[in-house]
Design a protein around this ligand. Structure first.
Ligand SMILES: [Zn+2]
Length: 279
């Protein structure tokens, strides 16, 4: 599932491709999906968008948003967006297909669950979108050391593990289980470590690790575990993932450990990321 780096890359790609192209048709919910969510009746989206063009694409958290005047088309992190050239075959199944005047197209399909919300700005509320828009993005200047110190210094997070601290409660928009593994590996911190056991130096390292890792992922066009607008894998090799875990730790050569933890897998190097005696 895409997270902040891929949403950021996707918005850049949408700006260079679909933005500025006239929309001739929009088909929503062609393949009904139990966990595809819409804003109101998706059959109404076309009435707002036909003959218009998207002016810009933006991202916040793990979400991508296309804008046409005051109309918004927002995709949550579970939606795969793909661009098709004039002669490319369109997907057989999809929850959204937009055809443009020049013969190109954009599709959206839901993996497990996802939102494809079309609405006039101000007419739709969603708590995830609200959090992603209002909280400082971890790649913005507002996410500075002072802000991070407040986040990690809050009383209610002290007993949380680092995985829970980083990837739950929308605490840091767009930072999920996918990107946190390499962040923690780079900082030499175990995903099960409790926040209250971190030294000041370790907290500083975590702050820098978040910023640096996200920056590297975006610069490389996203993670290699995810696909971009053109169906290409990103260029950032996710060391702590199913793709590269078998290669061992790039820092020390140890075998990577994979465990089930908090409704997902965690990967870590047992040598570089010591748990200590706090669990
Ligand atoms: Zn290691």
């Amino acid at each position: 599932m895409i997270e902040l780096p891929e949403a950021c890359v996707m918005a850049g790609q949408l700006n260079k491709t679909v933005c500025g192209r006239e929309i001739v048709s929009l088909t929503m919910n062609y393949t009904p999906h139990k966990f595809a969510f819409y804003a109101g009746d998706p059959a109404d989206y076309g009435g707002f968008l036909k003959s218009k063009s998207f002016e810009t694409a933006v991202s916040y958290g793990g979400m991508v948003e296309l804008r046409a005047g005051d109309y918004r088309l927002v995709f949550s992190d579970g939606v795969n967006l793909r661009f098709y050239g004039e002669t490319s075959r369109r997907p057989v199944k999809h929850q959204m297909l937009i055809e443009f005047y020049d013969g190109t197209a954009l599709s959206g399909s839901v993996q497990m669950y996802g939102g494809l919300w079309g609405f006039v700005d101000g007419d739709f509320e969603n708590e995830y979108r609200k959090a992603a828009l209002e909280k400082p993005s971890p790649i913005s200047s507002a996410f500075d050391n002072a802000y991070f110190s407040c986040l990690i210094g809050a009383v209610k997070v002290q007993k949380l593990s680092l995985k829970a601290f980083l990837a739950t409660e929308q605490r840091i928009p767009g930072l999920g289980n996918g990107v946190l593994q390499d962040i923690l590996w780079r900082c030499k911190l175990h995903p099960r470590r409790k926040v209250l056991t971190l030294s000041t130096e370790e907290k500083d390292a975590l702050y820098s690790g978040i910023r640096q890792t996200l920056d590297m992922m975006i610069s490389a066009g996203g993670r290699d575990t995810e696909k971009d607008l053109f169906g290409q894998n990103g260029g950032y090799p996710v060391r702590m993932s199913t793709l590269h875990a078998s290669e061992g730790c790039p820092a020390c050569g140890s075998s990577i450990t994979k465990e089930a933890y908090m409704g997902g897998s965690i990967y870590y190097c047992p040598e570089c990321q010591k748990l200590g005696g706090d669990l």
